[in-house]
Design a binder for this molecule. Sequence first.
Ligand code: GRG
Length: 303
Amino acid sequence: MTGMTPRLARFFETQSARVDAALDQVLPPAKAHPCTIHEAMRYAVFSGGKRFRPVLAIMSFQACGGKGDRILNAACAIELIHAFSLVHDDLPALDNDEYRRGRLSCHAQYGEAVGILAGDAMLPLAFGLLCGCGTRGTEQGQAAVQVLSKAIGSYGMIGGQIADLEHVALMESPGNRYRVKPPASSSKPLTVKAQEVLKRLNEINAQKTAALIAASAGIGALLAGSGKALTQRLSQYGHSLGMGFQVTDDLLDSDGVVSIVGEAKAREMAERYIGEAKQQIKPLGKKAVLLDELANFVRDRTA
Ligand code: GRG
């Protein structure tokens, strides 16, 4: 990926290939009955995603001393959840997107019913994989299930999605009293209304985007056998990284927080989140070098 250090790019290349191979193993074969749904699941999963979240889980696992392939089922579970969220997000009832990653979205290719069911089927597959991924005799698998279910449920990703829908409906309503424009200059303070909208957007981003990224880093630490404090640090790193990721996404698309605070303040926000992320991994010293480089990449990314 452009903008990565060679070491980070190599890690992504190697680990995303590992994740792809593992996904190929855990997904039902396209020819297994009922074929349509299995084909659709594979279509959605193998469509050129960056594998950001599962690679982050592996990176966090290794930074915390984890070794071997035990993380792979968890990494697959995380990517399956991400794929499910995108398939459902593209549905007519939600974003109604015909295209994703430059080709027909899952429901546009297979029909709406198959799109819904393919997304649904990824959920139990993910949790089935996750519950067996701990070391024997520990409660890691159970803890990982708890972390992921909280991160994606109605207090997490799905909650963020509904809050987003309601926010968009409010902003587009004729009597919207929150109509705000970015300030003319970055040194101008935000109006009270703009601050309220920004607060709501930050809450939405925390649930919709950052919760799954936080869970990815947290689960990596957890499965490496880290204690509560280190797991919490990695999860907090993921949260700040995820918040930064969403702001840089908004900067690339010129929407979201950028339309409320303007580009200069949004850049400051991204810097702040990334600074907070880096702070969390300081105690890991040299073991956190890739996590540190990943934070820089998220801050500076251009695509
Ligand atoms: C519909 C259950 C349900 C949830 C929807 C995650 C989500 C919630 C919607 C997806 C749309 C969106 C803009 C999410 C924000 C997070 C984000 C920037 C996702 C894109 O992630 P990348 O860039 O995607 O990692 P790739 O294509 O690389 O996998």
